[in-house]
Design a protein around this ligand. Sequence first.
Ligand code: FES
Length: 81
Amino acid sequence: MLSVYICVGSSCHLKGSYQIMKIFQDIIKEMHLEDKVELKASFCLGNCTKGVSIKVGEEVIGNVTPENAKEKFKEHILMRV
Ligand code: FES
């Protein structure tokens, strides 16, 4: 199971963490990845200037936006499952 942390710290929250959470949830459902990827909310990942931040394994990925969320998912999550 791959854990994906989505930052819901105040800075990322303002930039759309919950929208990204929703988009990721939809992709997981669509692709039937429920038993491969789990989404978790995280406190500040120390990368506020580049929010929204997510963490996959030990890697923190910044600049996730509702617009590029699908692309980021493919690039950083899909290739690990
Ligand atoms: S609030 Fe998200 S990295 Fe700080």
